[in-house]
Design a protein around this ligand. Structure first.
Ligand SMILES: [Zn+2]
Length: 216
């Protein structure tokens, strides 16, 4: 079983991916990790990637393709991959299908964690930490009520986040790039959409229900 996890930054894709990889004995593949590992190798490809990343440029689809092929041809990982952050655009999705065919593997399902930009921003801006007991709350989703929190509310600190514009920007880019890919997988009948604003354990349960219902 190979699967893809989609979701905007802040949707909790990484956590879900790790938990699923553990539970189903899969190997999680994130292109970010692959690129960082390649740079560390100090070989020709690594230098090429470092040059692009340092310059702030995108790494080409062809280069990503090489790294993904390397994983798909590894027999230890045969039909055991969970992709996080890949494919990033329609071209990559099409190239990925060619690779799957080449190595006689299948993509069992694509899970999309859908979550509004407002919810992600509230998760970040609403975060409160108690300077006395270190408990973490959220002004919107996990209110520090008298029942939950014994310290005086004056100990609660909201951290200012200067990266809000960057987060919004990443979200918008994600939506723009992934909507054509989602259509592509809807047409293949393998896209499953989940409400990503729910609790982590609830989302995890829903994903497992989907995976368990697949014919393997
Ligand atoms: Zn406290």
């Amino acid at each position: 079983m190979n699967l893809i996890l989609f979701g905007p930054p802040g949707a909790g894709k990484g956590t879900q991916g790790d938990n699923l990889a553990n539970y189903y004995n899969l190997v999680k593949i994130s292109t970010g990790d692959l690129l960082r590992k390649e740079i560390k190798k100090n070989n020709k490809l690594g230098y090429e990637i470092k040059y692009l990343v340092d310059k702030g440029s995108f790494v080409s689809d062809e280069l990503i393709h090489i790294l993904i092929e390397d994983k798909l041809k590894n027999r230890d990982y045969y039909n055991k991959l969970i992709f996080d952050g890949y494919p990033r655009n329609l071209n990559q999705a099409k190239m990925f299908d060619l690779l799957l065919a080449k190595y006689k593997q299948t993509l069992s399902c694509v899970i999309s964690l859908n979550i509004d930009k407002e919810v992600i921003l509230k998760r970040i801006t609403g975060r409160q930490i108690c300077s006395k007991c270190d408990q973490i709350f959220n002004k919107y989703y996990n209110i520090a009520s008298i029942k939950k929190h014994k310290c005086n509310s004056s100990f609660l600190v909201t951290r200012a986040d200067d990266n809000l514009a960057a987060i919004e920007n990443r979200y918008d880019t994600y939506v723009k790039e992934t909507s054509p890919i989602k259509k592509y997988y809807i047409n293949q009948n393998i896209l499953h959409e989940i409400d990503g604003s729910k609790e982590i354990h609830q989302i995890y349960k829903e994903i497992r229900t989907i995976i368990d219902s697949l014919e393997t």
